[in-house]
Design a protein around this ligand. Structure first.
Ligand code: KIV
Ligand code: ZN
Length: 522
């Protein structure tokens, strides 16, 4: 048997809250960022990139609080190659038991052109900024953005400068998802062979998934000597996203025979964090997504089912419980009690306080009246709709819709807005449109509907529909979710959930627009 204790450790660097959250529309609230960081820390992620402190007040506040609350993980913030950025980053991460500053500059010809620096000028900037960061913090990561399209000699030169200036980790980003596995491995190998001091630091790999090769590229880099993988939960991130954390962790675990490396991530927590990130970001996980997709462990076809019954290994290379997927069975019905609900929710990763449990229990009973068999997925959907104590100024009292092939589609709705009962009746292009019009008439807002998504939670015509709605108003982006056996009610509730959050955001002021983006590298 393999002695895994002697295997090299690969550090897992999660950037869901920085690179992932920069994906348009994936904006999370402050409380959601704190929650996700807590789950990452608990799961054994080595380094959490918590945000980009100079980008906005919100980012600064989130990184500072995550740093204060962190237990085991290193807390990292991103900073451009500018003293002001680096100082701001340090102000935020310094509260952590283990802080890290991550500073970067785009080194490829296309990126050098943006701040209009010559190669020599950029080299000087790297020396000055990494030295500055290192004077503040012992743990400094440096990234040559777009490394995979940077001239090799210039890459060697800049990496050497960063190492001499005190960088302890050198990250090699494939910023536009351009590389391929053999090339990704070659690059790390060449850097290790040709850059003086390369054996004294850790090389990281940071791959984007534009060609669908991010996971393969990251693993190839590890085989060539990289010892840190940068990734996000569910592969969240701009365009096609980043390397998915769950994929690299499970690949290293399942194929440890050919990739003998260890991570300290507790894989049984993957499913739960994947669901939370999907909920708070509003980016649903595709059904056939590796590891955490709804179908990843399902065996639909007759042949597969037959094989599975005889021996689970026929079609399964890992067990569902290895990723925290408990067996989907009929969990409860109308007569189930509060203690049973609490224990089932705990199994699914939700720890509830007494008041929250009371609220969920009421809605569980309502659901049980409408739906005979309640599955795990129904409970997860119920949790997505759990009321948000900081934002419930608008409540749906009642609604009725008339729809069909003949005549206009009409919605009648009564809302409670700040305690006052308001009603209206509107026609629309379908029942959802008519319902959304009612909300718009009753609650004054100019938000634009950016996303409207419906998913059936389970099979059967009595299945609940989970609806995600994303609204944008004056640069503020909010998402709302709801689940109901009635798709139109669920849609209205999701819209109201988003609107409630928008009202809170309006009161707090500020926008999600970052003053700067990490692409303004200079
Ligand atoms: O993709 C990229 O180059 C980045 C850097 C900021 C590390 O995210
Ligand atoms: Zn990136």
């Amino acid at each position: 048997m393999t002695d895994t204790t002697k295997q090299d450790r690969v550090l897992i660097f999660d950037t869901t809250l920085r690179d992932g959250e920069q994906s348009p529309g994936a904006t999370m609230t402050h409380a959601e960022k704190i929650e996700i960081a807590g789950l990452l820390d608990e799961m054994g992620v080595d380094i959490i990139e918590a945000g980009f402190p100079i980008a906005s007040e919100g980012d600064f506040a989130a990184v500072s609080e995550i740093a204060r609350l962190s237990k085991n993980s290193v807390i990292c913030g991103l900073a451009r190659a500018q003293f002001g950025d680096i100082d701001r980053c340090w102000e935020a991460v310094k509260h952590a038991a283990h802080p890290r500053i991550h500073t970067f500059i785009g080194t490829s010809p296309l990126h050098r052109a943006i701040p209009n620096l010559t190669m020599d000028e950029m080299a000087d900037r790297i020396h000055e900024t990494v030295t500055h960061a290192r004077n503040l913090c012992d743990n400094v990561q440096w990234s040559p953005m777009d490394a995979t399209r940077t001239e090799l000699d210039y890459l060697y030169r800049t990496v050497e400068i960063a190492i001499k200036a005190g960088a302890t980790t050198i990250n090699i980003p494939d910023t536009v998802g351009y590389t391929a596995p053999r090339e990704s491995a070659d690059l790390i190998r060449k850097l290790l062979e040709n850059v003086p001091g390369a054996d004294e630091i850790i090389f990281a790999t940071h791959c984007h998934n534009d060609l669908g090769m991010a996971t393969a590229n990251s693993l190839a880099a590890v085989e060539a000597g990289a010892r840190q993988i940068e990734c996000t939960i569910n592969g969240l991130g701009e365009r096609a996203g980043n390397t998915a954390l769950e994929e690299v962790v499970m690949a290293l675990k399942v194929r440890n025979d050919i990739m003998p490396f260890q991570t300290q991530v507790d894989s049984t927590k993957l499913m739960n964090i994947s669901r939370r990130v999907a909920t708070v970001s509003g980016f649903a996980v595709q059904f056939n997504k590796a590891i955490v997709g709804k179908n990843a462990f399902a065996h639909e076809s007759g042949i597969h089912q037959d094989g599975m019954l005889k021996n689970a290994e026929t079609f399964e290379i890992m067990r569902p419980e290895d990723v925290g997927l408990t067996e989907t069975n009929i969990v409860m019905g109308k007569h189930s009690g509060r203690a049973a609900l609490r224990s089932k929710l705990e199994n699914l990763g939700y720890e509830l306080g007494d008041n929250q449990l009371k609220d969920v229990f009421v809605r569980f009973k309502e659901l049980a009246d409408r739906k005979k068999e309640i599955y795990d997925d129904d409970l997860i959907a119920l949790m997505r709709t759990a009321t948000d104590p900081e934002s419930d100024r608008i409540k749906l009292k009642s609604m009725h819709v008339v729809c069909g092939t003949d005549g206009p589609n009409v919605a009648k709705m009564t809302l409670i807005v700040d305690g006052a009962e308001l009603s209206t009746e509107q026609t629309g292009d379908g029942p959802v449109d008519a319902s959304f019009k009612c909300i718009k008439v009753l609650v004054d807002h100019s938000a634009r509907l950016q996303l409207y998504q419906v998913h059936a939670v389970t099979e059967g015509t009595d299945a609940q529909a989970t609806v995600s709605v994303r609204l944008e108003e004056d640069g503020r982006i909010v998402t709302g979710q709801a689940a109901n056996t009635d798709t139109v009610v669920s849609s209205a509730q999701a819209y109201i959930h988003a609107l409630n959050r928008l009202l809170v955001r309006r009161e707090k002021g500020g926008t999600d627009k970052r003053e700067i983006s990490y692409k303004d590298a200079g």
